[in-house]
Design a protein around this ligand. Structure first.
Ligand code: TA6
Length: 278
C-alpha cells in the first residue's frame, strides 16, 4: 500500500536532500540527506489515514504508551494535521514547512482539554530540525507526555552503535519494567530492545546507520530517549515485515519519564535536530 500523493507535502534542497511529510499525524516519512534515506518505513505500512503509520517519525501526544483515555501513544499520530505555514524558506534560506493540530470534538471526547500543537520542519544541508510546540489553549491546568517516535534506517541493526547513554538510568520494558543503569559507553543492538532512558544528554550519536555515516541527535526539552527494536515480535505485527527489524532502530527523543504540567496559555517548545555526519 502506498501513500496518496494528495496526503503528502515535500521539501527539497535540490541536491538529493529532501523531506516528505504525510498529513496523517504530520508523520515525516522521508528524510534524504544527499541521496541517502535516513528513515525507515515498513513495506507493510498502512496509509489509510486511520492507522498510525509504521515508520518515519510519528508524533506521540498527549500520552506516551498505553492510555486510559484512548489509543496507545495518544491521538496526534492518527489525526490529520493542517498546514500551518506552506512550504517556503526560513531566514537562512532553508526549506521549511509547519503543521498544526488543535483539539476537536473527537479529541475532546477522549481527553477533554484544549490545545494547539505546531510542528515545524527545517531542512538544512546535513541536518533536519524538528520543533514541536505544545500550547494550553484551555482555562485549566493539565499535563501531558510527548515524543518523536523516530524510526532510523540501517542496513544492519546489529552494526549500529549508540553513544551517550553511559551511566543513565533506564526502565527495561522487556524485563517487567526493571529499573537499570546503562554501564556501556557504546550500546549495541543484538536482541529486542524496549528501554526508556531517563535524563539523556542533549547530544547522542548513532553510528552504523549506513556504511560511512552516523547521525548526531541533539535535543532541547526532550529529556528522555526510548530505544526500541521489536526483533522477533515484528512477525506478530501486521504492518511490520517479519525480517524488517534487521533494518531499523527506533531512537525516540521524548518527555515521558514524568508528565509535564502546563498552565493556561503556557507554551512548551521541544526540539530535535538530527545531523548526518560522514
Ligand atoms: O516506543 C516504543 C514502544 O512504546 C514499544 O513499546 C512499542 O509498543 C512501540 O512503541 C510501537 O508501538 P505502536 O503503538 O506504534 O505499535
Amino acid at each position: 500500500m502506498s501513500a496518496n500523493p494528495k496526503d503528502l507535502i515535500s521539501l527539497s534542497r535540490g541536491d538529493g536532500t529532501s523531506a516528505v511529510v504525510h498529513l496523517h499525524g504530520a508523520t515525516l516519512l522521508s528524510w534524504k540527506c544527499k541521496g541517502q534515506e535516513m528513515l525507515f518505513v515498513s513495506k507493510e505500512a498502512v496509509f489509510d489515514n486511520k492507522k498510525a503509520i509504521r515508520g518515519g517519525i510519528p508524533i506521540v501526544f498527549p500520552n506516551f504508551g498505553p492510555w486510559k483515555h484512548g489509543p496507545q501513544h495518544g491521538f496526534a499520530r492518527i489525526k490529520r494535521w493542517d498546514v500551518e505555514h506552506e512550504p517556503g524558506r526560513d531566514v537562512n534560506g532553508n526549506p521549511t514547512v509547519s503543521f498544526s493540530l488543535c483539539d476537536d470534538e473527537g479529541t475532546r471526547n477522549m481527553w477533554n482539554m484544549k490545545f494547539k500543537l505546531v510542528y515545524t520542519i527545517v531542512l538544512e544541508a546535513d541536518s533536519i530540525k524538528l520543533t514541536l510546540t505544545v500550547e494550553n489553549t484551555d482555562s485549566i491546568i493539565y499535563d501531558f507526555t510527548c515524543l518523536l517516535h523516530t524510526y532510523l534506517a540501517t542496513p544492519d541493526v546489529t552494526q549500529t552503535k549508540i553513544e551517550g547513554l553511559e551511566g543513565l538510568s533506564y526502565i527495561d520494558k522487556l524485563q517487567n519494567g526493571e529499573k537499570c543503569t546503562e554501564e556501556r559507553k557504546i550500546v549495541k543492538i543484538t536482541e529486542g530492545y524496549d528501554r526508556i532512558y531517563k535524563n539523556a544528554p542533549s547530544e547522542i550519536t548513532v553510528s552504523g546507520l549506513d556504511c560511512k555515516s552516523s547521525v548526531k541527535i541533539n535535543t532541547k526539552l526532550f529529556s528522555d530517549i526510548v530505544l526500541w527494536n521489536p526483533w522477533e515480535k515484528a512477525s506478530g505485527m501486521s504492518d511490520f515485515g517479519d525480517e524488517e527489524y534487521q533494518t531499523m532502530l527506533c531512537v525516540e527523543p521524548g518527555y515521558l519519564y514524568k508528565t509535564q504540567e502546563i498552565h493556561p496559555r503556557q507554551v512548551f517548545t521541544f526540539n530535535l535536530t538530527m545531523t548526518r555526519v560522514q
